[in-house]
Design a protein. Structure first.
Length: 78
């Protein structure tokens, strides 16, 4: 079993995937959360909850630079 197969098998056991722009998010095929920095690249359309790249994924951004605790609280409750 290669790394992609192993990762895919693991992801199928999860209720939700939290990823940061990695292949795991693309591989997920299930609900996913994408936490973004406050200065997220424009290609992620950081003002939207859904991205055009992964419509089934919900994204949240930092309200303050380097405030990862607040962002993770948002990810956890949505």
């Amino acid at each position: 079993m290669d790394m992609v197969d192993w990762t895919a098998a693991l992801v199928t056991q999860l209720d939700v995937v939290i990823h940061v722009h990695t292949f795991v998010g693309r591989l997920a095929g299930r609900p996913a959360r994408l936490p973004n920095r406050s200065d997220a690249d424009w290609r992620w359309f950081p003002d939207r909850e859904r991205t055009v790249w992964h419509p089934a994924h919900r994204q949240s951004g930092q309200t303050t630079s380097e405030d990862w605790t607040g962002l993770m609280d948002t990810v956890r409750t949505h």
